[in-house]
Design a protein around this ligand. Structure first.
Ligand SMILES: *[C@@H]1O[C@H](CO)[C@@H](O)[C@H](O)[C@H]1NC(C)=O
Ligand SMILES: *[C@@H]1O[C@H](CO)[C@@H](O)[C@H](O)[C@H]1NC(C)=O
Ligand SMILES: *[C@@H]1O[C@H](CO)[C@@H](O)[C@H](O)[C@H]1NC(C)=O
Ligand SMILES: *[C@@H]1O[C@H](CO)[C@@H](O)[C@H](O)[C@H]1NC(C)=O
Ligand SMILES: *[C@@H]1O[C@H](CO)[C@@H](O)[C@H](O)[C@H]1NC(C)=O
Ligand SMILES: *[C@@H]1O[C@H](CO)[C@@H](O)[C@H](O)[C@H]1NC(C)=O
Ligand SMILES: *[C@@H]1O[C@H](CO)[C@@H](O)[C@H](O)[C@H]1NC(C)=O
Ligand SMILES: *[C@@H]1O[C@H](CO)[C@@H](O)[C@H](O)[C@H]1NC(C)=O
Ligand SMILES: *[C@@H]1O[C@H](CO)[C@@H](O)[C@H](O)[C@H]1NC(C)=O
Length: 621
């Protein structure tokens, strides 16, 4: 979506006097509509983004990179690597996922299926195409959500490695691997890039110092369960997505893992304008309503069980694409996930009957409370024991919605508009359970706070958005902390589109974003992981003539990142990296995991940066 969508809507703008912000589902419809000619129902607004497809002479192929914490795996034990999926996502791949039969590896070096010390996946993509979203499922459970790189004409490649040990119960059984990477190829619009995907899995046998961790015994999908389509729920209304689950009666612990990302008109949810202030700006600026506050909710039989206030993952085409090539924002190639303890609900959930688990998203509009749309899925991680669990919920403090308040003021002439949204939340759910541990208290608690300050000048063509999402989610079982997610996600975006409507217009942005999180979850079963990622970026994009299908003709982009990872087992990874105008200007990596994701080769470091982004005027798309 995103760039591709932009491109298509731009094309539609030439053909018909109308445009809208389509969802990915609508995109397919748009595409079909292009075949049959003009339609009246599309309404035009200025699309703020254009594809970045320059013909710079960059390193060939360009190695794109998201900094990540390499998985902590046993050293010196036996392991095996197997091919899991190889697929070219090209023509016809839209809404047509790749499906590969999965069977647990039987080679002796891999260790006994299900008894692995660690399991990691390596996703490597070679392809030139605008940014697209992809999701990977095993037996309908989403195990990886990832987005693509901004393209270069000389070829683009990227690799990411992910620890999937907590899905061991799934990998121990045969099933289907399903990967959606909906791509559109059209020679007419020069959408010609195929994604060549290689997915491998590495299975590590346990060693004396690195035994099998106590991961979940059973992992159930909270997804659409489709055999041949993407499995996340695409949510654009208050109902969200619901799935019925049957939890074994002898389950002792239940944790929900959630994947959630905004898409289409919700891609930049954190910059959306509260509805009550949209009328201060001309529709031509294309500002999107329903405010910037978003909450992903999990419900058990319609009763709120916990919430997620997500980190904003900025894709490679996001805000100003020149910012994110070749260094992406944190989370682009492996989006963070979130955990909610459903153990207090076990007396109900584990009664042997079917129960509904719902994932939905609350925003700040009227019903529906969000725009289109959010992609949300989850999985229920269950630890089984000997005793049938019983008990009672003793405390339930979980209001349906967070307390959010919006305020704003405009200068006398409306030249400057300042808006503020604050929200906070406190949830406490406590049950007394009888299970393998005897009688014990299970307490789940969330304390979250949110603020978003926006300032607009020049009729909304210049916008500042400063958001801070912070909080702690914690649960204790029998007094011991089993889940702790303490996070702080500051985000500051300045964007300037004042020249956007001009012939040979331009736009630019400066973004600061931090992801700071200490996460201990029984799913990972090996202590806590702390990550700090601090990024600063600045970039501009120059455009060719308007109206018509606009191209990026030149631009600048500089991104700086400092990254630190600590595992409570002692592993560390640090990286200080920067890129400017398509070239690496700095990269140093240190810490015990240095060799797992080493720095960019020295010969690729160009201290002055690259030449900047350029495209010959008058060349076709
Ligand atoms: C990931 O796989 C690719 C090829 O599929 C390989 O070139 C690369 O070295 C692997 N990376 C790691 C860290 O294993
Ligand atoms: C990347 O894909 C292109 C196009 O199919 C191919 O020519 C090239 O060899 C691939 N590069 C690598 C390193 O796999
Ligand atoms: C996808 O699966 C559904 C449900 O099983 C089935 O009805 C449909 O025909 C399938 N579509 C394709 C293209 O295989
Ligand atoms: C400012 O915008 C608001 C909302 O559209 C409008 O009610 C008000 O009259 C405007 N003030 C001026 C001075 O234009
Ligand atoms: C689950 O949802 C379905 C459909 O809304 C409803 O009929 C059923 O009663 C629900 N089950 C429970 C246990 O709430
Ligand atoms: C929580 O939000 C409400 C509504 O904005 C506000 O009245 C209250 O003071 C806030 N509480 C805290 C602790 O921030
Ligand atoms: C980003 O941080 C730098 C350094 O603290 C600061 O100078 C700049 O104004 C910030 N930019 C934004 C958009 O917040
Ligand atoms: C926005 O960009 C325009 C054109 O480059 C420039 O004149 C203006 O000063 C910029 N506004 C801000 C607030 O930086
Ligand atoms: C981009 O091209 C335009 C039109 O030729 C020119 O005015 C502008 O200075 C260029 N910008 C950069 C950053 O090269």
């Amino acid at each position: 979506m995103r760039y591709l969508q932009t491109l298509l809507t731009a094309i539609v703008a030439i053909l018909v006097p109308a445009r809208t912000q389509p969802s990915s589902e609508e995109l397919a419809l748009l595409y079909a509509a292009l075949e049959v000619g003009p339609a009246e129902h599309l309404t035009p607004t200025i699309e703020r983004r254009v594809p970045l497809s320059t013909d710079d002479d960059t390193v060939t192929p360009l190695i794109d990179l998201q900094v990540y914490a390499p998985p902590v795996v046993p050293q010196g034990g036996s392991k095996c690597t197997v091919d899991l999926l190889k697929h070219d996502f090209g023509d016809g791949s839209y809404n047509n996922p790749a499906i590969a039969a999965y069977t647990p590896p039987t080679d002796k070096a891999c260790g006994q299926p299900g008894d692995w010390a660690a399991v990691t996946l390596n996703l490597t993509v070679n392809g030139t195409q605008y940014d697209r979203l992809s999701s990977l499922y095993l037996s309908h459970v989403e195990v990886w959500r990832h987005s693509s790189a901004e393209p270069t004409k000389t070829g683009t490649m990227w690799t990411s490695v992910k620890d999937v040990t907590h899905y061991s119960a799934l990998f121990a059984k045969s099933g289907d691997l399903l990967m959606d990477f909906s791509n559109i190829i059209s020679a007419d619009y020069a959408l010609d890039g195929v994604f060549h995907v290689t997915l491998t899995g590495t299975f590590y046998a346990p060693t004396a110092v690195f035994p099998k961790p106590a991961v979940a015994d059973l992992v159930l999908p909270i997804s659409k369960l489709s055999p041949n389509q993407t499995n996340f729920f695409a949510i654009d209304n208050g109902a969200g997505g619901t799935v019925a689950v049957t939890v074994p009666r002898h389950a002792q612990q239940a944790f929900l893992e959630v994947y959630a990302s905004g898409n289409s008109a919700e891609e930049f949810w954190y910059l959306n304008t509260p509805d009550e202030f949209l009328s201060y700006f001309p529709p031509s600026t294309g500002l999107i309503g329903k405010g910037p506050f978003r909450e992903v909710q999990a419900l058990v039989d319609g009763k709120l069980a916990g919430v997620v206030w997500p980190h904003a993952v900025i894709y490679t085409g996001g805000i100003t694409p020149t910012n994110w090539r070749p260094l992406t924002a944190y989370g682009t190639y492996d989006q963070p996930t979130y955990f909610i303890d459903l153990t207090p609900f076990l007396p109900v959930l584990a009664d042997g009957a079917e129960h509904n688990i719902t994932l939905r998203v609350r925003g700040q509009g009227e019903d529906p409370t969000i725009n289109s749309d959010w992609f949300v899925s989850g999985s229920l991680h269950l630890w089984l024991g000997k005793t049938e669990v019983s008990g009672t919920m003793a405390t339930y403090i979980a209001p349906t919605d967070a307390l959010a308040a919006t305020s704003g003021r405009a200068s006398a002439d409306n030249a400057t508009v300042r808006l503020s949204v604050v929200a906070n939340r406190s949830i406490v759910i406590e049950s007394v359970l009888h299970g393998d541990q005897g009688k014990h208290v299970v307490r789940f608690e969330q304390r979250l706070s949110y603020s978003n300050e926006q300032k607009y000048v020049s009729d909304g063509w210049v916008q500042w958005g400063v958001q801070l999402t912070e909080g702690t989610t914690q649960s204790t079982h029998g007094g011991s902390v089993v889940l702790r997610d303490a996070f702080s996600y500051p985000l500051s975006v300045f964007s300037n589109y004042t020249l956007y409507e001009m012939q040979f217009g331009a736009y630019g942005s400066a973004i600061n974003q931090t992801y700071s999180r200490v996460l201990q979850t029984p799913a990972f079963a090996r202590g806590s992981r702390s990550i700090l990622s601090i990024q600063h970026t600045k970039g501009t994009v120059g455009l060719d003539d308007w109206p018509g299908l606009r191209h990026a003709i030149n631009g600048t982009g500089a991104t700086d990142q400092k990254f630190a990872f600590h595992s409570s087992t002692g592993a560390t990874y640090y990286r200080s990296i920067a890129a400017k105008n398509d070239a690496w200007t700095r990269d140093s990596v240190w810490g015990s995991l240095r060799d797992e994701a080493p720095p960019v080769p020295k010969e690729q470091i160009k201290p002055g940066g690259g030449p900047g982004f350029r495209r010959e005027l008058g060349t076709s798309v």
